[in-house]
Ligand binder design. Structure first.
Ligand code: ZN
Length: 192
């Protein structure tokens, strides 16, 4: 079932999310809903807080990064995974810049500098534990989603100059002024 995506301004996006255990109620259904919601919005990652659940869970599917007929040098096609209770253990010193967007902040993009490579410990949907190193766009997506679990949005990584430029738009968004081509939930309740 597609869930509405929580929009910038909702306090759930600013909270540090909590670890979960195996017996978290209806976890399979929640994960299915998250993939469905992410695909509907043409996203490549979605964190549980973005559908209003402050728990340490995110899903990724980098397939849309590879356009038809394009070479898949980084192996992004089918990079579809569930991360539960993740913990970033190591980050490379080397950083690179890439223009990011966020399903919770529709219509806004900006260049963010992040470590090129990360090592992360996490559990999959069956609570099997992994420790893996990712680089390039995979690491990029993971870091963006991981930030959501820490209550951090990509706009906080932008330069002060760029943030100032966006301030008006962001303030309007937090007051419910938002345009998206997928179901969203703003923090402002509609009257009537
Ligand atoms: Zn995001």
């Amino acid at each position: 079932m597609i869930q509405p995506i929580v929009i910038y301004g909702d306090p759930v996006l600013k909270k540090r999310a909590e670890d979960i255990t195996k017996d978290y109620p209806k976890l399979d259904k929640l994960i299915d809903d998250m993939f469905e919601t992410m695909h509907r919005a043409n996203g490549v990652g979605l964190a549980a807080p973005q559908i209003g659940k402050s728990i340490r869970l995110f899903v990724v599917d980098a397939t849309p990064f590879v356009e038809d007929g394009e070479e898949d040098e980084e192996g992004l096609k089918g990079f579809k995974k569930v991360f539960i209770n993740p913990e970033i253990l190591e980050e490379s010193e080397e950083e690179w810049k890439f223009e990011e967007g966020c399903l919770s902040i529709p219509g806004i993009r900006g260049e963010v500098s992040r470590p090129e490579e990360i090592t992360i410990r996490y559990m999959d949907e069956n609570f099997k534990e992994y420790e893996e190193t990712f680089d390039g766009l995979k690491a990029r997506i993971i870091q963006h989603e991981y930030d959501h679990l820490e209550g951090i949005l990509f706009t906080e990584h932008l330069s002060a100059f760029k943030r100032n430029l966006l301030m008006g738009k962001l303030n309007a968004m937090s007051k419910g002024k938002v345009k998206a081509d997928y179901p969203v939930k703003t923090s402002v309740k509609k009257r009537g």
